[in-house]
Design a protein around this ligand. Structure first.
Ligand code: HEM
Length: 434
C-alpha cells in the first residue's frame, strides 16, 4: 500500500495535532510552577485555577437522567456520560461535530484529540448523512445502508460494533469481544481491579502510573485468556489513548487539586458504578454520571487534553510498563503471544524503540504517517463530507502545516503480516476493515 500524495481532512487534523505538539513541546510550553507543593503529577502544570471557568454546572437541562432502553450507550464511559447529561443527544446518536464539541466543552479533551477519536468513530457512523451522525452504542434504528464495510456501504454499526477498528481488546473495564461476545458492558471485576490499585496507594501519587499499571495487567490478562487477542499498531495506540482518558479527563481539577485528582468516588460515578449493600461493585447500563461538584480542566489550549499533554503521558506509560507496548497478538490459543516486528511491518521506517524516544516526535510522525497510509483508503468516500464539517470546527490548520518535517518517512506498511493473527483475521473477515 503506497502513500497517496493528497492531504485528507483526517490528515489535516493529525498534522494540526502534530504541529501543536511539536510547537508546544519543543518551543512554547511555558514553565509553569506548580501551585501545589504536593504535586501528584510531574507532567502537567496547569494555568491558575479559575473557579468561574472550571466549575461545571450540572443543572437543567443537563441534569443526569438514566438512559432508557431505547437510548444507545456503548463502550465509552465519557460519551455515555455526555449523553446521560444531554450534552450530546440523550438518544446516544449525535453528529460528528456535536460529539467533538461536547467532549471539548465538558471534559476539555482537546479539539485535535477529540476530532481524531471522532474520525475513528466514523467507522460506526452514518457516512451518507452530511452531518455524519454516530451512534455511541448499538446500531441506530431504522437506518439503511449507510455505514462502511471495507469500502462497501453497509448499515452503520455504532461504536459498539467497531471491534479492531476503534473498540479494541484489553480495555480498562470492558471484556475482550471474543471472550465475552460483548465488549461494551462494564465488567465490575475490572473496575474493581483498577479501584484496588487506587486504594492501595492512599496518596494516589500518580494516577497516570496507576492506570498504566492496570492497562498492563489487562493486556497480560488478555494474553493469558483470549486466544484471539490482537494488539496491532492501531489497537496499541488506541488502547493507550483511551486508558489515559480516565485519569486525565475524569479527574477533578478543583482549587484544592489544580493538577487534577481522580478520586475513587469520582471514577465510580463517571463509570456508572455503585456499591451494593454487601460491598460488591455493580453497574447498570446508562448510569454514567458526572459528579455534582465537578471542576473540569482549565480551558487554555495547552491545558486541554491534547497531544502536548497526552504524548508525554503515553511515553510515561510505555516507560513505566513496557508490557503496554505488547505489539502483536495471540495465535489462536491463550498464551501464544507472537510479537509483531514493527520494523518489518513499517518496512524499516520505525522500530518500537523509535516510538519510545523522548519528545515523542517519532510517535507523532508514526501515527501521522500510519493515518496517511490507512485512512485515505478507508475513508476515501467521506473526505469531502469531512472537509465540509471540519471547516466548521474552525480554522484548525492555520499556521500549523509546513512547520515540521518528520525525521523518518514510512511510505507503506506490510498489512499481510497481520494475517497471522486470527483475532485480526476474524474481525477483518466479519467487517472488512483496515
Ligand atoms: C470524540 C469523542 C470520543 C469517542 C469517539 C470515543 C470513543 C471511545 C471508544 C470506541 C472506546 C472503546 C475503546 C476500547 O475498546 O478500549 C472508548 C473508551 C474510552 N473512552 Fe472514549 N471516546 C470519546 C471521547 C471520550 C471522552 C471525552 C472521554 C472522557 C471524558 C472518554 C473516555 C474513555 C475511557 C476512559 C475509555 C476506556 C473505557 C474502559 O474500557 O474502561 N472518551 N472511547
Amino acid at each position: 500500500m503506497r502513500v497517496k500524495p493528497r492531504c485528507t481532512p483526517a490528515l489535516l487534523l493529525f498534522l494540526l495535532a502534530a504541529g501543536n505538539t511539536l510547537l508546544a513541546t519543543a518551543f512554547f510550553i511555558p514553565e509553569r510552577p506548580s501551585t501545589n507543593a504536593t504535586a501528584r503529577r510531574s507532567l502537567f502544570f496547569p494555568s491558575a485555577f479559575n473557579e468561574a471557568d472550571q466549575r461545571f454546572p450540572i443543572s437543567p437541562p443537563h441534569q443526569f437522567i438514566k438512559a432508557g432502553p431505547n437510548d444507545h450507550r456503548g463502550p465509552c464511559p465519557g460519551l455515555n456520560s455526555l449523553a446521560n447529561h444531554g450534552f450530546i443527544s440523550r438518544t446516544g446518536v449525535d453528529t460528528f461535530l456535536n460529539i467533538i464539541n461536547a467532549s471539548n466543552q465538558v471534559y476539555r479533551m482537546g479539539i485535535g484529540a477529540s476530532a481524531a477519536a471522532a474520525i475513528l468513530g466514523l467507522f460506526g457512523g452514518n457516512l451518507l448523512d452530511p452531518t455524519l451522525p454516530i451512534s455511541i452504542g448499538e446500531p441506530p434504528n431504522n437506518v439503511g445502508l449507510t455505514g462502511i464495510l471495507g469500502g462497501i456501504l453497509a448499515p452503520p454499526s455504532g461504536l459498539t460494533n467497531t471491534h479492531n477498528q476503534f473498540e479494541c481488546d484489553a480495555s480498562l473495564t470492558r471484556c475482550d469481544l471474543y471472550i465475552c461476545n460483548d465488549s461494551h458492558t462494564l465488567q465490575p471485576k475490572y473496575l474493581q481491579a483498577l479501584l484496588d490499585l487506587y486504594t492501595a496507594d492512599s496518596k494516589i501519587t500518580n494516577s497516570v502510573a496507576l492506570v498504566s499499571k492496570h492497562h498492563a495487567n489487562r493486556i497480560a490478562d488478555s494474553i493469558a485468556n483470549n486466544g484471539l487477542f490482537f494488539f496491532g499498531p492501531v489497537q496499541m495506540i488506541v488502547g493507550a489513548f483511551t486508558a489515559l482518558q480516565a485519569p486525565s479527563l475524569f479527574a477533578n481539577y478543583s482549587a484544592e487539586h489544580p493538577e487534577g485528582f481522580m478520586s475513587v468516588e469520582g471514577l465510580m460515578s463517571i463509570y456508572g458504578a455503585a456499591r451494593s449493600p454487601n460491598g460488591t461493585l455493580t453497574w447498570t447500563r446508562g448510569s454514567e454520571r458526572i459528579p455534582d461538584k465537578y471542576y473540569r480542566r482549565p480551558g487554555a489550549l495547552l491545558d486541554q487534553w491534547d497531544l502536548p499533554i497526552l504524548l508525554p503521558q503515553v511515553l510515561e506509560m510505555w516507560a513505566l510498563y513496557p508490557e503496554t507496548l505488547s505489539l502483536g497478538g495471540n495465535l489462536g490459543e491463550p498464551n501464544t503471544f507472537f510479537p509483531l516486528d514493527l520494523g518489518a511491518f513499517t518496512r524499516g521506517a520505525y522500530s518500537l524503540d523509535d516510538l519510545r524516544q523522548p519528545g515523542g516526535v517519532n510517535l507523532v510522525c508514526f501515527v501521522y504517517q500510519l493515518v496517511q497510509i490507512v485512512f485515505p483508503d478507508l475513508l476515501g468516500n467521506v473526505n469531502d463530507l469531512l472537509a465540509g464539517v471540519l471547516t466548521e470546527v474552525g480554522q484548525l490548520t492555520d499556521g500549523v502545516l509546513g512547520t515540521f518535517v518528520c525525521p523518518r518517512t514510512m511510505g507503506s506498511v506490510d498489512m499481510a503480516m497481520l494475517d497471522k493473527y486470527p483475532g485480526w483475521v476474524k474481525s477483518k473477515t466479519k467487517k472488512g476493515i483496515l
